[in-house]
Write a new protein. Structure first.
Lengths: 363, 363
């Protein structure tokens, strides 16, 4: 156990802001990610919030602004639990960096994604108590962690459309896997926006504001936007590119993990597939010949709309070098695109090209 | 004007059942498709329904079964209008057939998709009047048109999950573009299920049944399922493959149409992009070098969630042979897959690979 209670084999991209993902083996075969393995994506120093004096302010386009302690939230609203996968918009950026470098961004591998059982209250219930006004089209989240990455430096924030905010799955959560929310994951309270990029699940939440327009926070208006390849991200302004919200269909291979040679022969290959948004994964294909032929993996049923689905298949690995390729199909029969080169973008977001893992088998 | 009031340059794949799509030029530049251009996909002879004696039966898991005349529907329920694109699951099958033949299926081009303003009542309102029971998970549609394609031959039918059926956009429609629904498009009443494959928008609707399971009709249980490439469609049974429902992201080039040589030089290229499901299109790219470089087209704002978005761009076409390639990105920053070969399936459904149009420019 090292930084922030995380396992000592975390892949630490930065110590401050703390940005780390677990190794593939930590996620393999586990529908729920343990707290010491859950990836951590931050934009500034981790704030220390005094839960006793902390209040959640609910304001903006509401008839009854609220100021709620943690006890108020626990006592005055129904408790809900949602099993949800969070996925960083930069998950699998390393695959895009193999195409062309992306200076200034962390080379996230396949594990900037994790799944927990989140407990808290529905944002919809809190907004109902505050009596949301009809012209509230967006719900903004504000936090105290000041980011020097932002231009100008500013506390972290973001927003989601009111339609999503009022859906039953969006929580204000104080617990994770049945335990108090760890400080690194947003204690005392964080937003959990299932199916959307992790950046919208704002940690150390202190203010919820109903407003007409999306948040003007740097991380909503400027960052987390998919720019076309030719754009200069330093010159991109608000409203350029595609604002990232719902997550696109994705998958990865978790075992084997490519870290050492394996014996050839029948080998169980496992991984995750995540449909994102409100979709589910319908099929998962694995290829040992770069996509010329495919075998269908055994895929978990979509028990929770908001969680990834694990998959496994046993294939006969030949001696020598092999690339394992995996691709997911969603419930609309859409399949992931093949080539990371087609997806390259200046900030390296949303790489959902086929998963590829190179490994060597030696008798 | 020839068959069924359609324009005389329709591409008729079959006369009975009548299966025809308009040429690209008929759709180009028109947000709403005219009635004489709207594609027509049928599975049996077009029935002649006497509107005066016709009744819509609403039964199954409801507390109050209903038998409704057209006047009942018009008088007892609020009228709604939805602009929605319908798209055949076999749209663009011809592109898959270039990869490998698909015997027994029509070679639909890019125009088995059209958009209309539909007027009628909400299915949700009719189900509320019938007092839907809580264990009703699916809403089945039944029609009188007997299909010899089905095994065994049977009247056409299908179903949608109750969640979709209760959404505000699903209509029971008697008008199309402000005119009475033509017989070929389902008079006196049809289902309109926006964002879903056209097959679920059942025409000549005569029965709506609330039930625990999806319809066992051949066109729900056996056909309209995306099978893996190696499957034998004649041996595929219920629950094999992915049951097609929501439409996946797609696009096509409508002008130029590749039917004759053009002069080289600046040329306006236009087309449609359709996100399907409840998504919208966020970006449309066009390439003249097979996807090495892309230019962003001017894309219509998503005014109607359920309708396609038209796009246009002026590019300098060189003399000689050129392939125009187009691809759409949706609001999750997902892009269409590149290669039809990756999507080939035994029944030829859901081809949403990049659009490609070959043409010749001569000075």
């Amino acid at each position: 156990m090292t930084l922030w209670g995380k396992r000592d084999d975390m892949v630490v991209h930065e110590r401050e802001p703390f940005n780390a993902e677990p190794p593939r083996r930590a996620l393999a075969g586990s529908p729920i990610t343990t707290l010491d393995s859950f990836y951590s994506r931050n934009h500034g120093p981790v704030p220390q919030v005094d839960a006793a004096t902390w209040r959640l302010e609910v304001d903006g386009l509401v008839r009854r602004p609220l100021s709620l302690s943690l006890d108020d939230l626990r006592d005055r609203f129904e408790h809900h639990e949602v099993t949800a996968t969070l996925q960083c918009a930069g998950n699998r950026r390393a695959g895009l960096m193999e195409v062309r470098d992306i200076p200034g961004e962390d080379p996230w591998g396949p594990c900037a994604t994790s799944t927990a059982r989140w407990t808290g209250v529905r944002l919809a219930d809190v907004l109902a108590e505050a009596a949301l006004l009809p012209d509230a089209a967006h719900i903004a989240f504000a936090a105290p962690d000041v980011s020097q990455i932002a231009d100008p430096p500013q506390p972290y924030g973001g927003s989601i459309p009111a339609g999503k905010a009022l859906s039953g799955e969006v929580l204000l959560a104080w617990a994770m896997n049945g335990r108090p929310l760890p400080r690194i994951h947003g204690a005392p309270l964080r937003a959990v926006v299932p199916g959307w990029i992790g950046a919208r699940s704002v940690k150390w939440l202190q203010r919820v504001t109903a407003q007409r327009e999306p948040s003007e926070n740097y991380f909503q208006a400027v960052a987390y936007r998919l720019l076309p390849p030719e754009a200069d991200p330093d010159k991109a302004g608000p409203s350029d590119g595609i604002s990232l919200g719902p997550v696109a269909l994705n998958c990865e291979i978790l075992r084997p993990d490519g870290t050492g040679p394996l014996p050839p022969g029948p080998t169980e290959i496992t991984g995750y597939a995540f449909a994102g948004d409100d979709r589910t994964v319908a099929r998962l294909d694995v290829s040992l010949d770069d996509g010329s032929t495919w075998a269908q993996a055994d895929l978990d049923e979509p028990r929770d709309t908001w969680a990834w689905q694990l998959w496994r298949i046993t294939l006969d690995l030949p001696p020598g070098e092999t690339t394992i390729t995996a691709r997911a199909w969603d419930c609309t029969a859409a399949v992931q695109p093949g080539c990371p080169g087609d997806l390259w973008n200046p900030k390296g977001y949303a790489n959902n090209s086929w998963a590829r893992l190179r490994l060597t088998c030696r008798p």
